[in-house]
Design a protein around this ligand. Structure first.
Ligand SMILES: Nc1ncnc2c1ncn2[C@@H]1O[C@H](COP(=O)(O)OP(=O)(O)O)[C@@H](O)[C@H]1O
Ligand SMILES: [Mg+2]
Length: 343
């Protein structure tokens, strides 16, 4: 019987909340890990390596291979980041190219789950300018001065939509600005659909070609890992279901997802959620940004998203977790549609 079959599969193969056996394994010797230091240094707090296929001197492809950090190494963290990136692939915006794998690092040891994102700095002249550096350049101060001046709680005063647009305008040359502003708006639309909680100024940026041969461009959206119940173990979701609280839980979770970008023209730096931010954008309608944001939200189809999740994740995540994620996406999309349609 299919039901028993599925239960057995979960009981036997689950590690945490994830059926790790269904995550493809990269065999020992098929890749090389370069520690993320020196030439390959990467920021961020999650443990990560630089992974290459092919020869190291001229790798055929290179990825940032990230392990789980905050959930005691639970693979669900990596799976959720992958799932969010896959949803991004349905939308008209550039997100990192993602893979979910298990790495077999020794011949006999246990493999580990990693989230891979393809290195988007493919050209040697490409540099990622993080949001914090962009703002520092605009203010004509150092990055450290910006960090010192704005604590995490005060950041919304600086990372306000309109100020970010000013910084993009200041960094742009010739006709680059409209594309940059639109891409920034697309990222905000995506974040609003997902409820991305961690879009701090090291988690977005622009790519500059230091030889000035290529135009400044908005970086593909990366590090969208905090959303869609990433931090809730399945046990927790089960108890919510058993209490009959699913609807309230989904709503409270959605309304409690904070945006880390402030509303245009709004000095209030208290926490706001993505719906407050979208409402603020719709009131002042900053040029290009609004178009980008609406383009992404308009394109999103909860049905299509559900199909993708069922196709790609029903073997890896529990049916319960997928149900919660789908409900949340429906809620978020419905709430955004009502704001946009003025209902
Ligand atoms: N696909 C990528 N290509 C190039 N650089 C990347 C990529 N993914 C991440 N980075 C760089 O690595 C840093 C850390 O990665 P991130 O995904 O933000 O990890 P963490 O979860 O630890 O913050 C980013 O701020 C960015 O500079
Ligand atoms: Mg990060």
């Amino acid at each position: 019987m299919p039901h028993t079959h599925r239960r057995d599969r979960w009981n036997l193969r689950i590690r945490g909340d994830v059926n790790v056996r269904r995550i493809p394994e990269l065999p020992f010797g098929s890749f090389k890990l370069l520690p993320a230091v020196g030439k390959y240094a990467l920021g961020g707090a999650a443990p990560k390596d630089y992974l290459v296929f092919g020869r190291e001197q001229a790798p055929s492809s290179a990825y940032i291979a990230k392990a789980a950090r905050l959930t005691g190494g639970r693979p669900c963290e990596c799976v959720t980041e992958h799932l969010i990136a896959r949803l991004g692939s349905l939308l008209p915006l550039r997100v990192i190219q993602a893979r979910l794998v298990r790495l077999r690092r020794t011949r006999s040891g246990r493999s580990e789950v990693r989230f891979l994102s393809r290195d988007f700095l493919r050209h040697p002249a490409d540099r990622l300018v993080h949001g914090v550096e962009l703002m520092a350049q605009w203010l004509d101060v150092s990055k450290d001065e910006v960090v010192a001046a704005f604590s995490r709680r005060e950041e919304l005063q600086l990372y306000r939509c309109d100020y970010v647009l000013d910084a993009l305008r200041c960094a742009a040359e010739f006709d680059e600005y409209p594309r940059l502003a639109r891409a920034f708006g697309r990222m905000l639309g995506y974040d609003a659909l997902i409820g991305a909680n961690d879009r701090h100024p090291m988690n977005w940026g622009v790519i500059r070609d230091v030889t000035m041969h290529a135009p400044l461009r908005f970086a593909p959206v990366f590090d969208t890992a905090r959303g869609l119940f990433w931090q809730h173990p399945d046990d927790h979701l089960r108890s919510v279901e058993e209490r009959g609280d699913v609807e309230q839980h989904v709503e409270a979770y959605a309304e409690g997802s904070h945006a880390l970008i402030g509303r245009p023209g709004d000095d209030d730096s208290s926490k706001l959620n993505h719906f407050d931010l979208v409402e603020g954008i719709l009131l002042s309608r900053p040029e290009h940004l609004t178009d980008g944001m609406l383009e992404v939200v308009d394109r999103f189809s909860p049905v299509e998203a559900e199909q993708l999740l069922r196709r790609e994740f029903s073997c890896i995540l529990t049916p319960r977790r997928l149900r919660f994620i789908v409900r949340l996406l429906h809620y978020r999309h419905g709430r955004l549609r009502r704001l946009i349609d003025g209902r």
